[in-house]
Design a protein around this ligand. Structure first.
Ligand code: CMP
Length: 361
């Protein structure tokens, strides 16, 4: 039998909340088992729950507009969560999620989720970062899989979601493409490049007038249409195959952290190798000569700083030690001024990505 708080501690953003936060959330979770092949949520449906996987596995799928083909964009397992996007954005489900094996989940209802984020606003921040990454992955995968390169559109009603919030969402997710807004026979467009508004169109109106008018529409619908990543009649963008990818070794014995980092860095084009202890880590570093190493502070066969010493016998590659605000100082004292060593303030993916990218220049 599992301990709820133990499961939650494995979920990265809950872990940062500490005991009080976890206790607060535990009271609001409902447990539910699912059979294999159950559709838990469907793209386009409204969403009022999010799910945390205790054990089992789900696939996240999208079906591009022009086909019935199903594209799997991610598999999620123990310690992962899904369904947060609809709760955070108020938009319909961005993808369909189906169990691939019997699974057990915790369910968090929207009303409880809202109470939680009000009390622990930092959750929104860490979830928001993962959400942007997921959205980018989804668009990228959908564009890769679809022969006509059409990325999935997101639709919604202006009665449920204010246009100003839709536009903010496009900015924060660096939209390339357009938002189409319809009310009765009227139809307007907002064109975006990397999340920056380029053009507003509504009939013959000037851009300012068009914007003013549409911002007052409180009924009708909006469609966010990301532009295809690879356009027809253009040369295919070279996959990074021709350029060898940077290799990262991750040494961590938490499955959740391993998977979270592996998925993130692989989606960014890195070659990722994961091991769970210092001895295996040193062997791998010696044979693979990675460009960077990420290590936990506590490994089954020693501390992160002991592992650093072992690594330095065979490699001078940047070494990222996953410390937290509470223990950073202690580890900083242990590593002193060692060259090419970076300590994190948290286990947040966004921060780790930034450190890795700046360490690799
Ligand atoms: P939501 O849009 O509410 O419903 C579908 C869920 O699938 C979505 O929230 C995310 O939790 C999840 N999802 C969508 N895209 C991805 C992705 N690229 N990787 C992992 N999970 C995703």
């Amino acid at each position: 039998m599992f301990q709820i708080s133990e499961v939650l501690k494995r979920v990265p953003f809950f872990r940062t909340l500490g005991r009080d936060g976890i206790d607060f959330i535990v009271e609001r979770l409902k447990f539910k088992p699912f059979e294999a092949n159950e559709v838990i949520c469907k793209a386009g449906d409204p969403g009022d729950k999010m799910y945390i996987i205790i054990n089992g596995k789900v696939k996240v799928v999208v079906t591009p507009e022009d086909s019935d083909e199903e594209h799997v964009i991610a598999y999620l397992g123990s310690g992962d969560y899904f369904g947060e996007m609809a709760l955070l954005t108020g938009e319909p489900r961005s993808a369909t999620v189906i169990t691939t094996e019997p699974s057990e989940m915790f369910i968090l209802h929207k009303s409880d989720f809202e109470v939680i984020i009000e009390r622990f606003p930092s959750i929104t921040l860490s979830m928001g970062k993962i959400m942007s990454q997921r959205l980018r992955d989804t668009l990228q995968q959908a564009a890769k899989g679809s022969k006509s390169q059409i990325a999935p559109a997101v639709k919604g009603s202006l009665a449920d979601k204010k246009l100003v919030d839709v536009l903010k969402f496009c900015e924060s997710n660096s939209l390339n493409g357009k938002v189409i807004v319809r009310r009765g026979d009227e139809e307007g467009e907002f064109h975006y490049e990397k999340g920056v508004l380029q053009k507003v169109i509504l009939g013959d109106l000037s851009e300012d007038e068009a914007l003013d008018q549409m911002l007052n529409w409180d009924e009708g619908e909006f469609i966010i249409k990301p532009r295809p990543i690879q356009l027809e009649n253009t040369e295919a963008v070279e996959e990074p195959e021709s350029q060898p990818a940077n290799r990262i070794v991750i040494v961590n014995n938490s499955l959740v952290v391993q998977k979270m980092l592996q998925r993130t860095f692989e989606s960014m084009g890195y070659e990722v190798y994961v091991v769970d202890n210092a001895a295996k880590g040193k062997n791998l570093v010696q044979s693979l000569k990675p460009h960077l190493i990420i290590s936990d502070t506590k490994l089954p066969d020693g501390s992160g700083t002991e592992f650093l010493k072992m690594v330095r016998e065979v490699s001078t590659a940047p070494f990222v030690l996953l410390t937290e605000a509470s223990n950073k100082e202690e580890f900083q004292a242990q590593v002193g001024n060692s060259e090419n060593v970076y300590l994190t303030n948290s286990h947040e993916v966004g921060e780790i990505v930034k450190i890795v990218e700046s360490a690799l220049g």
